[in-house]
Design a protein around this ligand. Structure first.
Ligand SMILES: [Zn+2]
Length: 510
């Protein structure tokens, strides 16, 4: 009888605890949703960041001003241990002051142009005839054909870009079929290059145009204009990658709209020589204090678990022509908003919730790599014990589109973890889980240290054909509902991971 009672009592208590746990999760989710959808600050923060602070090129004064704004915001929201950590001691700063490019003959046309990062100033307003050099692949023949012919000229560099088809959808969201295909994938197809090897290959590929630029400058060319196949006049002025203090400084170097490039090149071919008048004023500086990651946290409260961390990150730097709204201002602000929501509902996390806004991602994951080296050990050594205290790293860097699921980054053991995360928010996100790797951003750094590292699947919207690294990377292409939703999903994901009994499992290494 007694025995039976004990079983009865234990069962009852068990049910009670389960019901309590479930109700508590439901209550927290309802609070997160209310705070994130009814009191959202995400768009207002992004508006101030992008409109007032603007572009955030690595190493620039604009980057530091924006980082200071964000860190003040984080402090005001009650985040703890908000501070900067330097990520580079030999990265130079560069800012634009003024530029203009015009065709003056055979008649007038204003040219839609933007200088490439790290270009030198012109000698005031300069004017010269156009020479078109369609390829630089064989530098020996370029030198043979153009030596002595470029003094005072403006060089049109590269072949004429082909038009992008205009009948494709400009704004893209994943269809259910596409998501199912991602989820059904059994074998990840994307090959991940080991990080040290990747960094080494970039050091070489970053300087791909140096020989050509040095030759043109030595021959007395005034400026170089290049272009790229884009939709409807969009400019794509990202590189150059000459971002270190002692790197080469290119002569005035612009990207111009492909339609203008085409007109100039066709005239040259026809034997009509256009003239270009331009000026460019830029500034270089050596201010290593601009190269900072922004770090902050909500310290954990469970005596055993607070030494463990859920780390979330997004790169904060951008290229210089747009305002970096979709790459990666929106995601940076979503991280802050997710932690703001958790603070606002009074959530006391078991584990420590830490965020990092990384600099220098566009160059070579400079910010995340410096953070990882400092805290988790050298790239080519075994990850240290501190790395084992990181339960998971979550990264956001796929534009401003709604979260549709997660790339598991070859970590099959994480599938049940994220299934549990996404089930209660099924009406916010499909929660597609794909075993696939996604590459080219900061989670790759933490994955190298065998920290379970993930990047969310997001709708592409106009990222690939309009905003990514272009002058149109601006607030107009960020839908408010998508980023409100992303902040709610992120807050819920962080909460769920922080409440787990154990850390997110490490992947079975291959
Ligand atoms: Zn990015």
């Amino acid at each position: 009888m007694k025995f039976k009672n004990i079983i009865f009592a234990a069962t009852f208590i068990g049910i009670f605890i389960n019901a309590y746990a479930q109700n508590n999760d439901e209550k927290v989710l309802a609070q997160i949703r209310a705070e994130g959808f009814l009191n959202s600050q995400v768009m207002s923060m992004l508006e101030e960041l992008t409109d007032v602070y603007g572009q955030r090129l690595t190493g620039s004064r604009e980057y530091l001003a924006a980082a200071t704004f964000m860190s003040n915001k984080m402090k005001a929201l009650g985040l703890q241990k908000v501070h900067f950590e330097n990520y580079c001691n030999n990265c130079r700063g560069w800012s634009m002051k003024s530029f203009n490019v015009e065709m003056t003959a055979p008649n007038f046309m204003h040219i839609n142009a933007y200088p490439l990062a790290m270009s030198k100033s012109s000698q005031g307003i300069v004017e010269g005839e156009v020479v078109h050099i369609p390829s630089f692949r064989d530098m020996a023949s370029v030198k043979k054909n153009y030596s002595g012919k470029l003094n005072g000229k403006i060089v049109l560099a590269g072949s004429v870009p082909t038009n992008k088809p205009l009948n494709e959808d400009v704004l893209k969201r994943y269809s259910n079929e596409e998501l199912k295909k991602m989820e059904d994938k059994l074998v990840p197809k994307t090959r991940q290059t080991p990080l040290p090897e990747l960094f080494k290959s970039w050091e070489e590929s970053d300087k791909y145009d140096q020989d050509a630029l040095k030759f043109l400058e030595a021959e007395g060319a005034l400026a170089v204009l290049k272009s790229r196949s884009m939709l409807l006049g969009v400019l794509h002025p990202d590189g150059t990658y000459y971002y270190k203090i002692n790197d080469y400084k290119p002569l005035p170097y612009f990207t111009i709209m492909q339609e203008h490039f085409g007109r100039l090149a066709r005239m040259v071919k026809r034997g009509v020589t256009p003239k270009i008048r331009l000026n460019l004023e830029t500034e270089f500086y050596n201010e290593q204090g601009n190269n900072v990651n922004v770090i902050g946290e909500i310290t954990g409260t469970d005596s055993k678990l607070k030494s463990e961390t859920i780390l979330i990150g997004a790169h904060f730097d951008s290229w210089h022509s747009g305002t970096g709204a979709t790459d990666n201002g929106a995601s940076s602000v979503v991280l802050v908003e997710a932690l703001r929501i958790l603070k606002a509902i009074g959530y006391q996390p078991k584990r420590t919730l830490k965020m990092g806004l990384w600099g220098g991602e566009e160059q070579a994951f400079l910010g995340s790599a410096a953070y990882a080296r400092k805290h988790f050990g050298k790239l080519d050594e075994k990850p240290n014990n501190a790395s084992k205290k990181i339960s998971a790293y979550l990264n956001l860097d796929n534009g401003a589109g709604a979260i549709r699921g997660m790339y598991l980054q070859k970590n099959e053991l994480a599938r049940p973890v994220f299934q549990n995360v996404f089930v209660p928010i099924a009406n916010l996100s499909e929660g597609t889980l794909t075993i696939e790797n996604t590459l080219s951003t900061d989670h790759v750094t933490f994955d190298h240290y065998n920290i379970p590292s993930f990047q969310f699947i997001q709708d592409k919207l106009t990222y690939n054909n309009v905003t990514h690294h272009t002058q149109l990377d601006v607030l107009e292409y960020v839908p408010e509902e998508d980023i409100m939703k992303n902040a709610v999903i992120l807050a819920w994901t962080i909460y769920s991971l922080s409440e787990m009994d154990s850390k997110v499992p490490r992947k079975v290494t291959d």
